[in-house]
Design a protein around this ligand. Structure first.
Ligand SMILES: Nc1ncnc2c1ncn2[C@@H]1O[C@H](COP(=O)(O)OP(=O)(O)O)[C@@H](O)[C@H]1O
Ligand SMILES: [Mg+2]
Length: 224
């Protein structure tokens, strides 16, 4: 397995294509991501950025080609192993995907419950990330009463808790004002500094210009 995976790569996409019916969303993408890299996936709307993110955590499955994540071949893993794969990821979804009927605290703690953490361990871990994103004073609120920026912070707290190896973010600053966007970006940096591999899908060219990171550009599903 190590020979296939290479030195310190954590993700390998090999000639990956994804189509929906006749619609080609991703076409022949080969990409090697090293541990603790910071990567922007960019390109115009419809280029395949979200599709690439979804394929990595198996929100979708490839049509052809193969993907290795931290030594796991996604084509070979059984249904039972999917939770183990998912635990490697923290994912920040474009539309947040917060559960409206659960509090901020519960939205974040759920990740640790599913991952099998003990109740005693959960409280301090959740409060620590809520403090880091600056939303600990709203921990008992429900998502519908939060602003867009606050929801985004909760989404990031949820992606950070349990220190996943890889953090995926799909347009994390998409709907935010510049100050909130800068703060979100800072948080993603801190996740990276703590050792995570970070992959951000964004069409925000200014964000890319202002920050260090490898840029992977997609155009019509192909690497440009
Ligand atoms: N579930 C789906 N069913 C059909 N077409 C899809 C689906 N998801 C994405 N697509 C199409 O695949 C292409 C790439 O989409 P996407 O990955 O969302 O691009 P991006 O995130 O770069 O805007 C688009 O043309 C989009 O319409
Ligand atoms: Mg998208």
């Amino acid at each position: 397995m190590y020979a296939v995976q290479g030195n310190n790569s954590i993700i390998r996409m090999f000639h990956v294509s994804k189509w929906y019916g006749k619609m080609v969303a991703l076409s022949d993408v080969t990409l090697n991501v090293c541990q603790n890299e910071f990567i922007f996936v960019t390109g115009p709307s419809g280029a395949g950025k979200s599709t690439m993110i979804k394929l990595l955590y198996m929100g979708e499955t490839v049509s052809s080609g193969s993907i290795l994540v931290d030594g796991m071949n996604l084509a070979r893993i059984s249904k039972k192993q999917i939770p183990m794969l998912r635990r490697k990821f923290g994912v920040i979804f474009q539309d947040f995907k917060l559960i409206p009927t659960k509090t901020v605290f519960q939205n974040v703690s759920l990740v640790l419950e599913v991952a099998g953490f003990k109740p005693k361990e959960i409280y301090p871990l959740v409060m620590d990330v809520l403090e880091r994103v600056g939303i600990e004073d709203r921990s008992e609120e429900f998502p519908p009463v939060l602003s867009g920026g606050e929801k985004q912070r909760v989404a990031i707290a949820r992606a950070m808790v349990g220190t996943p190896k890889i953090v995926l973010a799909d347009e994390p600053t998409g709907s935010l004002d510049p100050d909130s966007a800068a703060h979100i970006f800072q948080l993603l940096r801190s996740v990276h500094e703590r050792g995570a591999t970070v992959i951000i899908a964004t069409h925000d060219q200014q964000m890319i210009n202002n920050h260090h990171g490898r840029v992977v550009r997609l155009v019509k599903g192909r690497m440009a």
